[in-house]
Design a protein around this ligand. Structure first.
Ligand code: BJW
Ligand code: ZN
Length: 247
């Protein structure tokens, strides 16, 4: 035996010694729930890149195409359930105490909340909600089947998913909470994200610059790996529970 601890042990020590912890998750965390990620293998949808369907321009040009994309994902989500990674993050929040824990997610699937996490900051919106392009009213439609081109019951204008598309601003209140949590945490876990979409990816640099230890968990190295104190290679559904168990 030599004296260098295994990466998982170093990560567990970082997590144990940090009073305040923040987590940034991406699509990879929901992959083991059967939901497709955006990039990499299987990342194209009907031959389109997400950068081409998740924009206000795409919606104006072809709302039916964009709604097909979201209705398909709503259907997939209706068949999905939180996996071991989601569940153990809820347990981590209970163990650290909610006042010391923030879960920042780029995901729009709501699976962290379904798993029992309480302090969840959804940077990119939620696929269960719709927003009227006319009167701006927002409503939660759960995962019920929606028409090909759903319309507002109040004003008759087209509805859109209440999601942050490219070129759109993130919800300011949520962003401010996420930024504050990142600045104040002593340990940031970055799980299942390619870390290329900004401003979310900028939180990783912010945490590192603020002196927090950064634990990255992913199948492959990413744009975030240069900021990681420890890189854990593998699926979040296995490694998150292992990490929390050793904490
Ligand atoms: C596993 C695993 C397992 C798999 N275990 N790991 C040039 C042109 C245009 C725009 C820009 C530009 N340069 C910069 C921009 C800004 C742009 C941007 O960042 N673009 C980049 C692509 C370069 N950002 C924006 O436009 C943002 N807004 C903005 O900047 O506004 C400015 C503004 C200010 C004021 C007023 C107005 C405007 C908004 C970004 C919104 C992103 N939205 C999306 C889609 C909508 C949501 C939806 O439909 O669901 O959000 S994009 C898509 O990417 C989605 C995700 O949340 C986001 C991040 O992806 P994520 O989660 O990282 O997934 P993947 O697939 O990329 O990675 C999965 C990872 O998991 C991989 O690494 C796998 O290895 C791993 N993995 N299984 C562990 N089991
Ligand atoms: Zn309306």
């Amino acid at each position: 035996m030599n004296g260098t601890p295994a990466p998982i042990e170093r990560a567990a020590e970082l997590l144990r010694s940090a009073r305040r912890v923040a987590v940034l998750t991406g699509a990879g965390v929901s992959a083991e729930s059967g939901l497709a990620t955006f990039r990499g293998a299987g990342g194209l949808w009907e031959g389109h890149r997400v950068e081409d369907v998740a924009t206000p321009f795409a919606f104006r040009r072809d709302p039916e195409l964009v709604w097909r994309f979201y209705n398909m994902r709503r259907e997939a989500l209706a068949r999905a359930a939180p996996n071991a990674g989601h569940l153990v993050l809820a347990e981590l929040e209970r163990r650290k105490g909610a006042e010391n824990f923030d879960l920042i997610t780029q995901n729009v699937d709501g699976l962290h909340t379904a798993a029992g996490s309480r302090r969840v900051w959804e940077l990119h919106g939620n696929i269960r909600r719709v927003r009227c392009t006319g009167c701006e009213i927002i409503s939660d439609r759960g995962l019920e089947a929606l028409p090909d081109l759903p319309r507002c019951l109040d004003c008759g204008q087209l509805l859109r998913p209440d999601i942050v598309w490219f070129h759109e601003a993130l919800p300011m209140d949520v962003w401010n909470r996420a930024e504050q949590a990142t600045r104040e945490c002593r340990c940031l876990i970055v799980a299942g994200t390619s870390a290329i979409v900004y401003p979310a990816a900028g939180l990783i640099e912010l945490a590192a610059a603020s002196g927090a230890g950064v634990i990255e968990i992913n199948l492959v190295r990413t744009a975030a790996s240069g900021h990681a104190t420890v890189f854990l290679e593998g699926p979040t559904g296995r490694l998150l529970p292992e990490l929390v168990k050793r904490m």
